[in-house]
Structure formats: structure tokens, C-alpha cells
Design a protein around this ligand. Sequence first.
Ligand code: ADP
Ligand code: ZN
Ligand code: ZN
Length: 797
Amino acid sequence: MNVASVIVDVAVMQTDRPFDYEIPERWQEVIQPGMRVIVPFGPRQVQGFVLEIKVDTEIRKLKPIVEPMDIIPVLSEELMKLAHWLTIESLCFKISALHVMLPAAMKVKYSKLIRLTGEKSLPPELASLFKGQTEIPWEEASDAGALADIRKEVKNGTIEVIYSVKSKGRKKTVRMVRCLLSEETLAETVGTMAKNAVKQKEALLAFSGRRGNWLTLKETGMSSATAKSLLGKGWIEEKQEEMYRDPHSGRHFEPDKPLKLTESQQEAIEPILATINDGTTETFLLHGVTGSGKTEIYLQSISQVIEKGQEAIVLVPEISLTPQMTERFKRRFGNDVAVLHSGLSIGEKYDEWRKISRKEVKVVVGARSAVFAPFENIGLIIIDEEHETSYKQEENPRYHARDVAIWRAAYYDCPVILGSATPSLESFARAKKGVYTLLTLDNRVNDRPLPSVDIIDMREELREGNRSMFSRTLFDKIKDRLEKEEQTVLFLNKRGYSSFIMCRDCGYVAGCPHCDVSMTYHRHRHQLKCHYCGYEEPAPNICPECGSEHIRHFGTGTQKVEEELLKLLPEVRIIRMDVDTTGTKGSHERLLRQFANKEADILLGTQMIAKGLDFPDITLVGVLSADTMLHLPDFRSSEKTFQLLTQVSGRAGRHHLPGEVVVQTYTPEHYSIQLAAEQNYESFYQQEMTMRKMGGYPPFYYLALINVSHKEAIEASSAANKIVTKIKPSLSPAAVILGPVASPIARINDRYRWQCLIKYKREPKLTAVLKEVLEHYAKQGKSNELLVSVDIHPYML
Ligand code: ADP
Ligand code: ZN
Ligand code: ZN
């Protein structure tokens, strides 16, 4: 008996143990590993993934598979292995690792159609099933027991199985026609046609010179009546062609050519091209200032990959997936590019995914999850802005795209390029160790100067009586830009709003005496609390450093900035970009387009405007309050500040006009602000590494974060304590356990959250014991209302 071992999708009973099911006779030929199936599970029918097929010699009573959901495996052998690896690395359950690889459209149960592709004809027994239609519901074919035959035809390319997704821009088909006459006969035929057959003549002539091509009716200019009569005469043939929902439909991408590389670009690209040609795996860290020509290196490396007949994956952070970025790939590689990001509808995503799966494209440009693109001959994976924290998924499976990329590259023996102007400390440390190969671009292309940076001490401003959120320098420069009709970008980080306490006179920020982080202000209790170690104290009313009463919790919203700016400069045209103005689909692009068209003088926004912008007339960038990110309770806050300031500065003066940057801050002496102003990555790296070493943080230590939540606060804390007691004996004395303490956001969705952070270097038993804990609580399921999760290498603490 053939038996399939299946990972079932049962939320309440999470386990990695596969269950065995009998494969009924009629599916013997169909069911394969990597396919989804419907199986009985208790009283219900659930979805599952087939892990493997075994021949079972034991006589036992197994429940049979209800039916397959796919006709060819949706996950390749490689992706199945990757899922297995993810399960171990990120301590997730296998089912979530399998699900993350597929587009959302495919999670919808049952909306499948079987469609003729129109190129070849079907064997008669199947043709009768279609009864002249081009599409039939999956169930009809399945009921007729024809799936094995259908699978053969799918492999032949005669038919395909698609998921019908109801969403905006429903998939369409279009009639295509092709002329069957030779060029000569075509001319002859037209010559001998009756005088009044004008329309038919015109239609035929439309084919002249392109008679081998499939054309839409519209392209030939013929009506369906004309088509019918030409079809009747056997002069043309027709087919139904599927039109993808194209997120870029109606847009034209002017093709461009590779640029002649500068000397330093040439030096950087050579080792990359060598590994592409040799088919060896290697991770390159391409460290180049903004505007140094990294993207051109990506493009030319990809060309090489395509020439070799392979495929490339390009990851960019969600927020920098601007039309500008996509456009550069579309212009170079045209229809060979698929794009995947959260701005697409479910249907559009599914269609882009299918283009990849059918190998109709060679390149995918996408956000984090595009790292799972179902290519099977990968020649290069690129991660642009590799330091971006959005590459880490914050829900199961809690993977980092960088790790997945490196795993896949090793599988396919191809290189990975990690690109950044401000590499993550982790990556740079690996490059220094020789684990990654460091490639450096020191200068902007054509030696365009980096912008000059002015650091403005806002304490000084206050002393001089300026209480506005604009320093005099910034204000004067904005006015100057208005006169010159150049553009300004104003940047404000809204995160950290009101969450820390700062003295406006001396810049004092309340920090934890036991950790190198600032404490979070709790307004209702007027308390300060450290969320790393749990230390707590009352919030001060006067500054403990200088005695000033100007100590308060800090934060200003973009809206407030806009209001103040309009008061000062009533004529100014502002585009505000933040969560409020970019909530709807396409609004991000629209606002940027307006700014590019110079419909505004000032672009004001949160971190979503920090990267990717490349407009020639931006000559001034203002950072309103560099401190807001500096004092987040996060050991990466200095690194994030440095990265953000560098990124934002990089928006200015990218073209012929030189750029200026004004950074307003209450802590001008802070090294991440100073060194960002100098664009001195190397020194920042050295200094920050010292801090991390002292604090016992990555890259010197690994972190594992355990989160526990429950509707009752007491239950959450007691479970957290129990877990720590359970784990402790498995750890060496070198491991540090912080907590358990209440999470920084102590209640979400009416659930009380507790956490425990483990810092460690080498703990061979750690993952096993954590997995045990997870399975223990998962098994108890809904009955005890307790949720436990583990985040290995967390980004959000
Ligand atoms: P980065 O990705 O490092 O920010 P880009 O690749 O976007 O840099 O390059 C910055 C600017 O310089 C772009 O406008 C790009 O078209 C241009 N550029 C890049 N390489 C060259 C080159 N070899 N010759 C001329 N211009 C170039
Ligand atoms: Zn003070
Ligand atoms: Zn602390």
C-alpha cells in the first residue's frame, strides 16, 4: 500500500509529527511530495502538505486522503528541505514554514480551475470533459477521476491548474489569432479577394510581415465577425491567452543599457562575476555609500546570471520598493521581471508568483518573502539595504531573509550580494572575520560630493530663546530653497513618541542604571521602567543633572510640524507622508510622483521617506529631531540612528546640485550623530562594537527571546517563571538570563505579556529545550489560553 506522510494544518494541535494516510488507488499516480492534500482529521477535513511517499508493508488501518489540492507539487524538493531547515533554525512548526512559501491566494481552499492553454490539443477522453469550454472547475475533473490524465497534460503544457482569486483586477483571457497562410499565399489571397471584403483584406494585411506571431484581435484591427469568417476559411487559427493582472499595466518602461562601470565598480563586480561563472557560493558584503553605484552592480551581475540561463532574486525593503526602484529593473530587464510586495492585491501577487513558478521571468524584485520565490535554477540572490530590520519576520516563522538567502545560495552554488551604505554590525563583523567577502565603494559615482552636514544643538536654540521645532539654520535654509525653487525633505521619526524623558536644557535622558538603554515612560503612573531588566523608578519632575524644570516626555508628530511650518511660511507647498496619508493603495507612489513633478516644495515624512528617493532637485534634508530614535529602549538604537541619518542624508544632492543636511539634536555629542554626519562608518562600527561587547549584545552574543501571554496577568508571569525554571538546567553558566519581566508593551489585545531574554554564545542544548517548551504549551492548546513563542535572534525586544 502506498502511504503519504502528511503535515496537517491544525492550529490547536501544533506538532511537527507527520500523520500517515492511505493514498487511494485513483490518486496513486497523482500524489507526490510537495503537494497539498485534503485529509480527514478527527471529525474535520483539513489541509496538509505531503512530505514523502512510502511503500507500507505493515497491515494497518489508515484513513485515506480525501483528495489532492494540487496536480503538480507547489513546493520543490529544495523548498521542502528549506522548510525543514527553517523549522529547526527558527523553532517554528513545520506547517508555518511550508505556508510562508506560498502566496496568500493559494491558502484559500478550493477555488481551482482547470484551463486549456490553447497551444496543443487535448486527448479525446479529456476533451469531452471540457465540452468546448476553456475552463472547468477542478471538482468536475476530480469527480470524473481524471486527475492522473490531467497531470500528464499539465506536464505536456496542454492544460494548467489555476487558482481563481476574487480580487480587484480579476484575471482575464484574451483572444489571440495567428495567420496560417505563408507570406506569398497571403499576398495572393488578398489579391484574389472580392472587392467588398474590405475588412477581411485589412485584417489579413495586418499579418503581413508577422504572420508567425500571435496577435490580439485589437492589434489586427479585426472584429469578431471578421475573425469568424477568416477562421471558417482556415486562414487563421485562434487561442485564448491568459492576461496576467499586471500591477504595472499601462506603464511604459523605456529600455536602458548597462552603464560603463567606473574603476571602483569594476573592481567590485569582478569577484562577483567570477563566482557567478564558476557556480560557487559566496556571500559578498557590498559596502558603498549612497549613490556609489551599487544598484548598477546588481543590474550588471544579474545580466550575467541571465546570460548563463539562470535566475536572480533581488530583495529590497518594503518601504523602498518605490516605483523608482522597480523601474530600474523593469527598464533593464523588461518583461523578465516579476515584482512582489505588499502593495499588490492578492490576485496580482498570485499572478506574479505564477510567472516565477512557470519560469516566465528571470528576475524577481520583492520584499522579504520574495526570498522564497519558486525559481529552481538560482544564479544570484541580492539583498539591498541588508541592514533593514524588516528582513526579519516578526511572526512565525521568525526567519531572517538573509539567512534564507544564504541557505538557498549554498543549495544552488551561487553568490549572495548583501548591499548597504551602513551594513548591520552582524554582517560587517562577519566580513571582517572573512566569513563574507567585503567589497567597498568609497565614493559616489563621478565623485559627486556627499552632502555637507550641519549638526544643530537644539539646547543652544532654546537658550537663545527659540522655542520652535525649527532651528534658525534649518529655517533659513528652507526659505533659501523656496527662493531657488529647489526641494527640501524634512524627516521626523515618529516612533518613540512620548516614550522617553528628556531635559530640554541639558539633553539628559533617563536611562537604566543597570543597562545601556533609556527607560520607557509610563504616563499613568508617572514611572520610568527598563524593559531589559525590569528596573523601575518614579519619573523625575526636575532634571537630575541640571535641575531644570524643562524635563518632559518627548515627541512631535508630523502633523504638528506641518502646522507650525504653515504658520511660519503660509505659501509653502507641503506633501506629508506618514501612516495617515499613505493608508490607501497607491497613495505612497502618488505622493512621490507629485513631489517628483515638483508639485510641492517640501516632502515631510517619517522613516518611509528615508530611502530610495532619487530626485534631482532635493538639495536640502532636515532631520527635525535625531534623538527620537536614539533613546528607544533597544540595544540597536544607536545603530538605527546612524543608519537612518546616513540614509536620509543620502537623499540630498544626488545629481548636479550639491546637497546640504541639517540635523537637529539635543545630544550633538553622541557618536552615532557625529559619525553619521561625517559618514564615517568604520569609526562608528568600532565604537558601537565596543558598546555591544560591554553590554553583552550581538554580534558578541546571540539572543533568544521567550514571549508568554495570557488573559490573566498572573498566569502569564507564573508560566514565564516556570519556563525559565525548566530551561535553566540545560544552560551553561556562561548564558545570561534576563527576566522574566513584563514585555515593553505589557498588554496587547487584552493579553498580558511577559518575556525573558537569553544571551548566549554556545548553548548546544538550548534549541532542543525551547522546542520542548513550545510543544508542551502548544499541545495544551486552547484549553489553557496560554501562548508561548520563541524568537531566535530577535529584532523587536
Ligand atoms: P546606489 O545604489 O549605491 O545608491 P546607484 O546605482 O543608484 O547607487 O547610482 C547612483 C547614480 O549614479 C544613479 O543615478 C546611477 O544611474 C548613476 N550611475 C551608477 N553607475 C554609473 C556609471 N558607471 N556611470 C555613470 N553613472 C552611473
Ligand atoms: Zn538638564
Ligand atoms: Zn535595565
